[in-house]
Design a protein around this ligand. Sequence first.
Ligand code: CMX
Length: 134
Amino acid sequence: KIKCISHLGIAVKELEPVKKLYGENLQLEGHHEEVVESQKVKVSFFKVGETNIELLLATSPESAVAKYIEKNGEGIHHVAFEVEDLESALEELKAAGVKLIDEKPREGAHGAKIAFIHPKATHGVLIELCQHAH
Ligand code: CMX
């Protein structure tokens, strides 16, 4: 079951000018920054009510974010939904024949469990499902 939108991931070429935009110009509260080695990204979170903006900077040319920017330029990269139970959500989607990128949860930012659904199965929107510990 989906509880809420956890975050919107936005692919950027540089972090500092975009952090200035969200943090200073739009006056959102920046609250967490982390390198997620397994995803080859540095992430920076800004709180928007119950949800977040996640700025995504590639840490390697092989990063999914670097490839995305090369093809599309900067912009919205994925939507992340918070679920109650990620493993069973993935089982249900798999059983329904929905194409997944991750059939098992991986570790994402904040130590959350994350998994992606393939954009080919979602009419062009990369969807992340995540489950935070709290
Ligand atoms: N949103 C929508 N469509 C996307 C997309 C995105 N973010 N990224 C790729 N696609 C589409 C491409 O446009 C392409 O479509 P066409 O075949 O119609 O041209 C298709 O998916 C294949 O894309 P590609 O450029 O050939 O790239 P790959 O197949 O090598 O990789 C994907 C695509 C989605 C499988 C890969 O990016 C992936 O595994 N993503 C999940 C992990 C990830 O994105 N990590 C970064 C964020 C981590 C975090 O938030 O912690």
